[in-house]
Design a protein around this ligand. Sequence first.
Ligand code: Q46
Ligand code: ZN
Ligand code: ZN
Length: 317
Amino acid sequence: MARGSRVIMKCDKCGGVAVIGMPQHRLNLCETHFVAWMREIVARTIHRHRMFAPDARLLVAVSGGKDSLTLWEILNHLGYETEGLYIHLGIDSDGYSDQSQRKAEGFAAANGLRLTVVNVAEVYGCGIPEITWTGRGQRVCGACGLVKRHIMNQAAYEGRFDAIATGHNMDDEAAVLLQNLLHWQQGYLRRQDAVLPASHPRLARKVKPLCRTYERESAAYALVRGIDFVEAECPYAVDASTIRYKLLLNQLERESPGTKYQFYQGFLAAKAEGLFSEAPEGDSADWSTCSECGQPTLGGDLCSFCRLWRRVRHEDA
Ligand code: Q46
Ligand code: ZN
Ligand code: ZN
């Protein structure tokens, strides 16, 4: 072959020009067949994991990024009744939160979908970075996760949604799995799944319909479908421990395509056969009700969300 010439990949379905190659499936697809493939995989994932019924009302947690907007577009295309929830975290660096909110709002408006925005600073007094007891990136993410879970549960409960759908992809899930395995986090390993059932009537069922597709596939889908998403990562993501595991898995994937897929799919298959399903004694939930917000809690009078804000307000005084 002449130097400088490009190899044009062909679509395995129609012979047209392929826009993506997926070595883990030995599959190259053109734009049309890739879009159809993504929708089919998501539909099958929903069905295989019995995520929700065809008439379910879904609250889609959107960050303005490629994964959550791709997920929302596909669920909408598949005919599900969806609403979006955007949580403005008050992350100012390069206007990250404002920019992501605009992307989420733009997508909702363009598709005639309803989006609820909760601004953490406006509702609770300060944004995630000002939760000063944290200080380091990793702990900012811990507080952020807690706040997001609480707001999502509250919104799903008040809006009577059947489930919260999040845009976690296989790269996210495989990285968390590797982290949990390396530290033998048995509790997390028992809970990690494509579906997190509602453990209390006020805690929503959580589903991850993108858990069988790679991150690069949701990015490709968003590009092909012209979805305008925020390209910047949250500035705290660089400190998130899962980034290290993602890099490791990507290195393995480059050397041996399909590693990530087999690793995570194998885990789900083993779980379905009973691995990690036995809860040790004393693992059954003993819920009480938080005296401040009314959400269920496993420890004391206040839930961890309300304890966090008490602490923040006290330190602010
Ligand atoms: S948004 Fe929040 Fe993530 Fe940013 S502060 Fe960390 S947890 S990295 S998904
Ligand atoms: Zn094709
Ligand atoms: Zn509470």
